[in-house]
Write a protein that binds this ligand. Structure first.
Ligand code: FES
Length: 71
């Protein structure tokens, strides 16, 4: 399933990034550029990362709401 149309990122790409050690949404964005275009995929990308990395930090501390996927 394609998650991010702007950068052609699939759920498999996100799963692979999580397996390879991507543990935050910011790191995922740096790695795959997901959700750095129009932003419509933000929620789906976060949910997909959370599904593959339950301890992932999904929100930037700079945004004031740092949380793990399943705190
Ligand atoms: S669909 Fe992901 S940034 Fe546009």
């Amino acid at each position: 399933m394609i998650v991010c149309i702007c950068h052609r990122v699939s759920d498999r790409d996100i799963a692979r990034a999580a397996r390879e050690g991507c543990t935050s949404f910011e790191a995922l964005q740096d790695s795959l550029r997901v959700a750095t275009g129009c932003g419509r995929c933000h929620d789906c990308a976060r949910e997909t990362l959370a599904a593959h990395c339950p301890s992932a930090v999904l929100w930037s501390p700079a945004a004031g709401a740092a949380t793990a996927a399943h705190a």
